[in-house]
Design a protein around this ligand. Structure first.
Ligand SMILES: [Mg+2]
Length: 124
């Protein structure tokens, strides 16, 4: 099953890696380079899930996630946080805003692909 997935990261390298991983699984990928653009794309496109970095300019990933939960139809959108951050405080903040999973970089492509497949199967 093909899904539309939004990848939000300020690193073009990470976006490219995640895109390759998702496209190999047959998904359509949208990209955004910060949380503000990501939030707008999440509103504009019928995405099935989002994969979001934490540290980004303009709007960070946790702010984007918090804002997203206030958008009609996006309250339970699956969102993976993909970040170098692993502090308890930030993970707790992610949980509070309904992050589906917290994956610490560097990520393994097969682990990410499995997690995405699992979440999309559950959401279908
Ligand atoms: Mg970053």
């Amino acid at each position: 099953m093909s899904s539309m997935i939004l990848v939000v990261d300020d690193s073009a390298t990470i976006r490219h890696q995640v895109r390759a991983c998702l496209q190999a699984a047959g998904h359509t990928v949208l990209e955004a380079e910060n949380g503000a653009i990501g939030l707008q794309k999440a509103k504009d496109y019928p995405i099935d899930m989002a994969i979001v970095d934490v540290n980004m300019p303009v709007m960070n990933g946790l702010e984007m996630l918090a804002n997203l939960r206030g958008v009609d139809g996006k309250k339970s959108l699956p969102v993976f946080v993909l970040t170098t951050e692993s502090s308890k405080e930030l993970v707790a903040q992610g949980k509070k805003h309904g992050a589906t999973a917290w994956i610490v970089k560097p990520f393994k492509a097969d682990v990410l692909a499995k997690g995405v497949a699992h979440v999309l199967a559950r959401a279908a």
